[in-house]
Design a protein around this ligand. Structure first.
Ligand SMILES: [Zn+2]
Ligand SMILES: [Zn+2]
Length: 291
């Protein structure tokens, strides 16, 4: 079974264990390496959104930043801890980040600057929110919206995933169909959006993950589900298997299931967030601006 994960979270952000505790657990499991990918979420005025209030109740609002400076400061401290641990343990630890992509030129500019300062080993592109009418909606808000709004928000969600894929800013994309945890977007009418997204991913040469935390919601399907994984295989899009562990006991969860599924579907599974050697870390290609 695979002995690593590049999608994990620690305390200080929304994980439950420290970097040291996670590394200790990985070594105990006989793992080869680990990558930490805490949330990098920058959106001006995010503290005024409804979802920020839930996060505050759950005490994980520290993952949100209103400015790039704020997010950079959190990562400087976190990456220093990783550097120290690398020296102390000699264990291969990689510095990643799970980034919420927003299709605004000013966001891109801020993010590119952040990357030159922080120098992460890899970046994961994510969409946990839907931007609509100058605010952010999370999965919970989506669930509580009217049926018409739900459709519109879901379309926007997929548009943003495509924009993230073609941005060339990320080594791979996380949990493509995350919004299915609301129970929405599962019908066959959504296959058109999914297919368009897979085509965009293939054209951009992007990679995606099989995120085993999806098995918490469905016994048969990770994120993305089989329907999308089959499309990805058709387009020869490579994948990484990750656990999205927010605590040490979740390291490697359901990797056996995901590996069996990848083999059955015929997906190429990567062992590292592989970046094209020809592409500099930040590609200043055309960004698709949606809003
Ligand atoms: Zn995520
Ligand atoms: Zn995550």
């Amino acid at each position: 079974m695979q002995k690593f994960s590049f999608h994990t979270h620690t305390s200080g952000f929304d994980g439950q264990n420290t970097e040291a505790e996670m590394v200790e657990a990985a070594i105990k499991l006989g793992w080869e390496k680990i990558g930490f990918s805490n949330h990098f979420i920058v959106y001006p005025g995010i503290e005024n959104t409804k979802m920020y209030a839930y996060a505050k109740q759950g005490e994980y609002n520290s993952i949100y930043s209103s400015t790039f400076e704020e997010a950079i400061d959190k990562f400087i401290a976190h990456y220093a801890t990783i550097d120290r641990l690398k020296k102390e343990t000699g264990f291969p630890i990689y510095k990643g980040m799970e980034v919420d992509f927003f299709a605004h030129p000013s966001w891109r500019e801020g993010f590119e600057k952040a990357v030159t300062i922080l120098k992460p080993d890899y970046t994961i592109g994510s969409a946990h929110f839907i931007e609509y009418q100058n605010t952010l909606y999370n999965a919970h808000d989506l669930k509580n919206a009217s049926p018409e709004e739900q459709k519109l928000l879901l379309h926007r969600y997929w548009q943003n995933v495509r924009a993230a894929a073609s941005s060339n800013l990320f080594d791979f994309l996380a949990h493509l169909d995350l919004m299915k945890k609301t129970g929405l977007g599962l019908g066959s009418e959504w296959m058109k959006e999914e297919k368009a997204t897979v085509r965009t991913i293939a054209t951009a040469g992007a990679k995606v993950e099989i995120n085993t935390s999806g098995y918490k919601f469905s016994p048969t399907d990770p994120y993305p589900g089989r329907r999308i994984l089959k499309m990805l295989a058709t387009y020869h899009v490579p994948v990484l298997i990750n656990d999205d562990a927010h605590k040490k006991s979740a390291l490697g969860a359901s990797f056996d299931k995901a590996e069996a599924l990848a083999r059955q579907i015929g997906l190429e599974v990567l062992t590292f967030p592989r970046r094209s050697p020809k592409t500099p870390f930040i590609n200043h290609g055309n960004n698709q601006i949606l809003i």
